[in-house]
Write a protein that binds this ligand. Sequence first.
Ligand code: HEC
Length: 121
Amino acid sequence: MCHATPAAEAPRPPLAQAAARKVALALGILIAGQATAAGIGDPAAGQRKAQACAACHGPDGNSINPEWPKLAGQHARYLVKQMEAFKSGARRDPLMSPQAAALSPQDIEDIAAFYARQEQR
Ligand code: HEC
């Protein structure tokens, strides 16, 4: 018999649920871990490192020129991804790409932590 009888299947749902709970827990830890990783950056160090960015993005990430995106209040994780994309060349912009090229992974986390804490105006 290939098909399990309902009786044979009876103990499976609880097991499947337990497995699903484990997966959910693992995912939860993973997501929490990522959120923490994005939050590990030091916003004070980020503020110092972001001085070079102020000319375009404003001292607190509220860009003066509508051509330049506001960084204030954006998710740290998103900011990290965008800086990494500029650095790797996956995202290109003649003004922005050279800015990202010199950033270390720690710079990126710190800067993202700083801008994420600023209020977008
Ligand atoms: C010369 C002007 C200029 C400077 C200086 C500059 N940027 Fe940018 N930045 C831009 C422009 C223009 C864009 C939008 C590019 C595009 O349209 O893809 C951008 C986009 C970004 C984005 C993506 C925003 C989003 O919403 O997707 C991030 C993050 C960023 N810059 C971070 C920085 C950091 C960090 C620095 C300093 C190390 C910096 N920028 C310095 C011009 C600048």
